[in-house]
Write a protein that binds this ligand. Structure first.
Ligand code: SF4
Ligand code: SF4
Length: 339
């Protein structure tokens, strides 16, 4: 494992980080085992969030007694000062620590969010107060919107930016990365597997290791997954022309409009299992039609309950035309079902 300086924070962190979402589905013992395995493999940066249920508690428990050995990042979705202050205290308590290295504004994707955060009584006030008191060391921001991420980085109010970064969503590499690097921001790469759409780990990390100043934070739910990904950081890996062809094939298959499985659109008031159903086209491309139908029937049949109410449209950070895409996927499923 190599170590890099995380932008203007000056913190030294491992080239590979750890994303805390999958910890939610692990029991406490397994979560501790997975986290400690990552640490043994050299991972020193752990990212979680106030909204990831007991993820913060599991990280706090795993690193109790060795707090200074790891860099902990968390985040809050609250936009008001009182709510943000409360979330910071909750994060500190759950993480069993008296400081958090990086506290991020979670998913700032609209002008409305940003204006609320910066208004009197907005979340920025609480972040600055917590920083003055030493409760948080640095302030960062996360976003799924390229326009907003660029704007936020250019304010120079933050030490880091977290954004989807993988070989499918190359706008991050071409547009955000140079600006963030120029302004000496730390960069955290969320969704290194494009929300599960890329199923070839070696290719994922061949791409990411070309950008050692961008720290990917894949989620890990097993010791084996930690070992596999860490193995890509234990040796030099070279991207070959064949690898570039594979990346291009993925890009062509997924197109521009694909679901990143972030689940922000859920729950659907009518019980549509949106996230898995949004992946049907890719599932069908990777399995035979009959296997895809068998595998997908539960969530694809739920699509019939969609009444196009539009509730999901407002919540998707990628502005996907969800009801239209669900209909197209259902039509394909139906075609496969009929044989
Ligand atoms: S448009 Fe359809 S999928 Fe979206 S929330 Fe409404 S019913 Fe659910
Ligand atoms: S449809 Fe949009 S909000 Fe829902 S999981 Fe996919 S990318 Fe996320």
């Amino acid at each position: 494992m190599r170590y890099v300086i995380f932008g203007k924070t000056g913190l030294t962190v491992s080239e590979l980080g750890f994303g805390g979402i999958p910890l939610i589905r692990l029991n406490s013992d397994l979560a501790r085992e997975v986290l400690r395995r990552a640490y043994e493999k050299g991972v020193t940066l752990y990212d979680t969030a106030n909204m990831y249920l007991d993820s913060e508690e599991k990280i706090g428990a795993a690193f109790s007694g060795m707090r200074e050995k790891v860099v902990i990042a968390s985040k809050s979705i609250r936009r008001d000062a009182a709510g943000m202050a409360k979330h910071i205290e909750t994060s500190l308590r759950r993480l069993k620590t008296d400081y958090i290295d990086l506290y991020q504004l979670h998913q700032v994707s609209t002008e409305k969010d940003w204006n609320t955060i910066m208004a009197p009584g907005g979340a920025m006030e609480a972040l600055l107060t917590a920083k003055d008191k030493g409760k948080i060391r640095y302030i960062g921001v996360t976003s799924h919107s390229l326009t907003m991420a660029l704007k936020l980085v250019k304010t120079d109010l933050f030490s880091s930016v977290q954004f989807p970064f993988n070989f499918i969503e190359i706008a991050a590499k071409d547009e955000l990365h140079p600006v963030a690097k120029d302004r000496n921001h730390g960069i955290l790469a969320m969704k290194p597997f494009a929300g599960g759409m890329i199923d070839n780990a070696e290719i994922v990390f061949k791409f990411l290791r070309q950008h050692p100043d961008v720290i990917p934070i894949p989620g890990f739910d097993s010791v084996a997954a930690v070992d596999q990904v860490a193995s890509f950081y234990e040796r030099d890996i070279v991207t070959t022309p064949g690898d570039i062809n594979v990346m291009e094939r993925y890009r062509a298959e997924l197109g521009k409009q694909f679901c990143r499985r972030c689940e922000y659109c859920q729950p659907c008031p009518n019980g549509v299992l949106i996230t898995p159903a949004m992946g049907y086209r890719v599932i069908a491309a990777r399995m035979s039609p009959s296997v895809a139908v068998k595998f997908s029937s539960l969530f694809m049949e739920s699509v019939l309950q969609c009444d196009r109410c539009g509730a999901c449209l407002e919540k998707c950070p990628y502005d996907l035309p969800i009801p239209d895409m669900l209909k197209a996927h259902y039509d394909l499923y139906e075609q496969h079902r009929r044989g």
